[in-house]
Design a protein around this ligand. Sequence first.
Ligand code: GDP
Length: 365
Amino acid sequence: SLTAGIVGLPNVGKSTLFNAITKAGVEAANYPFATIDPNVGVVEVPDYRLNRLTELVVPKKTVPTTFEFTDIAGIVKGASKGEGLGNKFLANIRQVDAICHVVRCFDDENITHVEGRIDPLSDIETINLELILADLEAVEKRYTRVAKVARTKDKEAMIELAVLDKIKPVLEAGESARTIELDEDEQKIVKNLFLLTTKPVLYVANVAEEEVANADENEYVKQVREFAEKENAEVIVICARIEEEIAELEDDEKEMFLEDLGIEESGLDKLIRSAYSLLGFATYFTAGVQEVRAWTFKKGMKAPQAAGVIHTDFERGFIRAETVSFEDLDKYETMQAAKEAGRVRSEGKEYVVQDGDVMLFRFNV
Ligand code: GDP
């Protein structure tokens, strides 16, 4: 399952956000594949298209795709050197697909800041530096081993050594490994190193309740945005306290509450959607009377691979996929009408699946 790890300094609002996630989240019992772990919250990926398909098809059940958030508390200054429970937490981040970095952008005299002042940029630097140092340690360890093998003129080891030679100085200069341009082969090698600073990152600016509607005027948020732009990272503005309240509301109450606040979508929904697309994931649908369901696939996947998300048999025995875009089905309302309008395509093995495709797979068993 897809996971994003929540990191940030103490007292920035991580637990508050994580509480909102677990309250808004699905019952673990309904998702047998989900990890039963108090530090993991499973949420549905909000998608209006799934609601519309349900309205059109009226199936027995509707199944959304899900996303996991892991609470990785405990990174403090010195974590990479084993301060606090540092190393253990850093090990947890190696497992996640993406990092949600929560940054404190609210003033509140009653809540101490670990460094004694609100300074989002220095907070970001502190956390990033710990991740960079942990990576540097991993790279150095690997370096010694690979260098030994490379001396025997081993081809693979020599290639890996060249990659390590590229990464090491960048980390030593205090920069994340994601800033390095790598070709495809190099990327494969780097992937096996399980570095923390190559993971995609999303900055979550946690603002005060009264700031959330006009967050763009918030000086702290501006700083975070400027920083993220340089890193090609995204920023989501939320108020964790409000998200915690929203998570307890029913859907219709939620809408009214958001309207009162002057925002369209809850911060949590925005966060989930951004994390999902940040990772290069997209959704296709199957829409039968038994079940209307959203499926997660990696952008760029061809039809057989995408079918394999449902079942390996679908991939192995793939013949063709009857495909219609969500927009067309939305417009014509029934599969039959879409067919008559010539909007249903029969796609083969080379078809690159598009976000929002509604698909029916034909396969041999
Ligand atoms: P963590 O240490 O990063 O997990 O931080 P917590 O979630 O425990 O939050 C630390 C304190 O900040 C708690 O007292 C929260 O209630 C408070 N806090 C978190 N988010 C907000 C927010 O959006 N606005 C305000 N005013 N306080 C917040």
